[in-house]
Design a protein around this ligand. Structure first.
Ligand code: NAD
Ligand code: APR
Length: 235
């Protein structure tokens, strides 16, 4: 069985990492146009570095939760049975990987990576990033940015994602508000291709009406229960 799982900030909420649009979410406290756009970075790179340095430190201190671990188990057991889990996340944290999932496709980039605006070199970076940080490849300073997709930029790995979605026997969205494209459009693409769809969320998201079924509650409870049903052949 091939399952395509899309995760959003809600899957990491119980690990203590903030969501974006819930009450008190990140975008209620910070201006996304200043901190999550190329224009914002160009106008005040120090503010953007400070924002992502804080998120990187919080992420390193966070631990995966039972939802992350259940999805890693699903991937291993599906593969052992000749199937596949395509785990696509909008999250820039590494909690799926630290729970044992592999591979994980990060369509919005990864907070533990940085990219040089001059030469494009991408490198692992667990520390704070500053405007003085030189590029490890071309040695230019002043052009290092988080390897994260900002508003107005193209998400990553879209061709691979599209192929995997069309090859899926089931599409499941977990912990995403369904309000940001192109991820929010995946459910409509799956429906058009006749692929069954399921939403797992704390509450119905903006695009909940497009899903065939829904399971609601905290991801750390609902996801392990759903994975057990799938692995017993009933999910
Ligand atoms: P966006 O994806 O939010 O699109 C802007 C708005 O346009 C959407 O809210 C939606 O209302 C509308 N829209 C976009 N595509 C549509 C479609 N196909 N049909 C109908 N309406 C549509 O913003 P963006 O500029 O496209 O952002 C690009 C990507 O960057 C997004 O996937 C976003 O999640 C990502 N991002 C990442 C971070 C981060 O910190 N990782 C921060 C901001 C944005
Ligand atoms: N368990 C399950 N779902 C939860 C939980 C939880 N414990 N807590 C919150 N949620 C759900 C909320 O109900 C909401 O539907 O997670 C979702 C979080 O939605 P957003 O904050 O909008 O996060 P997300 O959908 O990942 O945002 C998409 O927007 O700003 C960009 O790039 C950013 O990747 C992000 C994208």
């Amino acid at each position: 069985m091939n399952i395509f799982v899309l995760t959003g900030a809600g899957v990491s909420a119980e690990s203590g990492l903030g969501t974006f649009r819930d009450t008190g979410g990140i975008w209620a406290k910070f201006d996304p146009m200043q901190l999550a756009t190329p224009e914002g970075f160009a106008s005040d790179p120090r503010a953007v570095h400070a924002f992502y340095n804080l998120r990187r430190r919080n992420m390193i201190e966070a631990e995966p939760n039972e939802a992350h671990r259940a999805l890693a188990r699903l991937g291993r057991d599906l593969e052992a049975a000749g199937g596949r889990l395509f785990l696509c996340t909008q999250n820039i944290d590494d909690l799926h990987e630290r729970a044992g999932a592999s591979p994980v496709v990060h369509m919005h980039g990864e907070l533990l990576k940085i990219r040089c605006e001059a030469c494009g070199h991408v490198t692992q970076w667990p520390s704070d990033l500053t405007v003085e940080t030189p590029c490890p490849a071309c040695a230019r300073a002043g052009g290092m940015r988080p390897h994260v997709v900002w508003f107005g930029e193209m998400p990553l790995h879209m061709e691979e994602i599209g192929d995997a979605l069309m090859a899926a026997d089931l599409f499941v969205a977990i912990g995403t508000s369904g309000s940001v494209y192109p991820a929010a459009g995946f459910v409509a693409e799956a429906r058009a291709a006749g692929i069954p769809t399921c939403e797992i969320n704390l509450e119905p998201a903006d695009n909940a009406r497009l899903f065939d079924t829904g399971r609601y509650g905290p991801a750390s409870e609902v996801v392990p229960a759903w994975v057990e049903e799938v692995l017993r052949g009933r999910g």
